[in-house]
Design a protein around this ligand. Structure first.
Ligand SMILES: Nc1ncnc2c1ncn2[C@@H]1O[C@H](COP(=O)(O)OP(=O)(O)O)[C@@H](O)[C@H]1O
Ligand SMILES: [Mg+2]
Length: 370
């Protein structure tokens, strides 16, 4: 009998029907964020501990924005691999990641073309580009600039490395200035996004871009703060709105929340036990095979332990399910749930300790560089 809790998680992000089927609660969070974006034109900072349901909520928001607001275009950007977007710094990588993703989804979702086609067109001459419609050429041109900027930065970096042995000071400086200039500057972010909105979105009946920045919580907290503080101009650009998902570590007694986010929302665990029951029930119901049910006391234990935190609840259920199945029980027992909770708590303590060490390492490095 397969454990139904083993398959779950981020796959819902891509699958709208699964997202709706598995969904529990979040009416209020969704209503607050949706109206902040659609009615009040706000930027939103969404934060909360790992696994509390931020990505899931972002998926629901993306779906709702696309369905309910004909003029808004939601574009989801995954920031987990931000460093691969620009070598210079996080702020530059952030602007580039957002614009590249915007180009890509406009090309594939709005124009219905293949991404490979867009890549191929980087090699075309200006003459060929002139033969096409304004929406296509705008995407091609912005995308082309972003890709060329990256190439210039990589070349400059390579040259700097090549010259590094015995190079004269001014030569090095000249080259690194070149690398610096190949970033996306804040005013360029505004210009590029404006062009894309006017020439592509508007041509398809939309006029507002909402960038849903997920997984920033997976990058170190110091890097998140660097983006938030250095991209103020980007966040304040007129026709682009942002929902920024920030992570919160357990030691964050004071969180830096910049003023360009007019709405800040902390996501917490489900407030009522009935939602936890629903969360577990949805997983069991989605299983294709017959599976063990849960003794009702299990849910009391797990709700008391994790206060409706979805990932911790699902993890505890998953581990306890295995224990009960291995023991040949005909239900998942409260004893196995308690054992699972103990295991998760132990893991949590060592994880928090590791993160604290990482944070202290960053602080020390920061102090030494000043
Ligand atoms: N409202 C919800 N309804 C059903 N399942 C949820 C809900 N919120 C979160 N989950 C589940 O909880 C787990 C953690 O959620 P996730 O969105 O990945 O957390 P975060 O992004 O905050 O780290 C995922 O497996 C997700 O499917
Ligand atoms: Mg997430």
């Amino acid at each position: 009998m397969a454990n139904p809790f083993h398959i779950r998680g981020d796959r819902y992000e891509c699958d709208r029907r699964a997202l709706s089927n598995m969904r529990v609660d979040r009416e209020e969070d969704l209503a607050v964020i949706h109206s902040a974006i659609a009615q009040r034109g706000h930027n939103v900072l969404l934060y909360g501990t790992r696994g509390v349901g931020k990505s899931f909520l972002l998926g629901l928001l993306e779906m709702e924005l696309a369905q309910s607001s004909a003029t808004i275009y939601p574009c989801r950007v995954n920031l987990a691999s931000l460093r691969s977007y620009a070598h210079a710094d996080n702020a530059s990588a952030f602007s580039r990641a957002v614009l590249l993703q915007f180009c890509k989804t406009l090309w594939t979702d709005v124009l219905g073309k293949s991404y490979l086609d867009l890549r191929d067109r980087l090699n075309e001459s200006r003459h060929e580009i002139h033969l096409r419609g304004k929406d296509e050429t705008t995407i091609e041109r912005v995308y082309g600039h972003l890709m060329l900027l990256d190439q210039a930065a990589r070349n400059a970096e390579w040259t700097t490395a090549g010259f590094s042995v015995g190079v004269r000071g001014e030569k090095k400086e000249e080259i690194s200035r070149e690398a610096h200039h190949s970033q996306v500057l804040p005013f360029e972010f505004a210009e590029f996004s404006q062009e894309l909105i006017e020439n592509v979105l508007a041509a398809h009946g939309m006029n507002r871009l909402v960038v849903l920045c997920d997984e920033a919580n997976l990058i170190p907290i110091f890097d998140q703060e660097e983006i938030l503080s250095q991209c103020l101009e980007v966040f304040s650009s007129k026709r682009v709105q942002f929902v920024f998902v920030a992570g919160l570590a357990p030691w964050d007694d004071k969180v830096y929340l910049p003023s360009c986010f007019e709405t800040r929302r902390e996501l917490k665990g489900f407030q009522k036990k009935q939602y936890v029951e629903q969360l577990v029930r949805n997983v069991l119901d989605a299983s294709d095979e017959p599976c063990l049910d849960f003794d009702p006391q299990c849910l009391d234990v797990v709700f008391e332990s994790y206060h409706g935190h979805p990932r911790q609840t699902l993890d505890a259920c998953c581990i306890a399910y295995d224990y009960s199945a291995e023991a040949g029980a005909n239900m998942v027992t409260p004893q196995s749930i308690m054992r699972a909770c103990r295991e998760i708590d132990e893991y949590h303590i060592s994880y928090t300790e590791a993160m604290r060490r990482e944070r202290d390492g960053y602080r020390d490095a920061d102090r030494q560089s000043q």
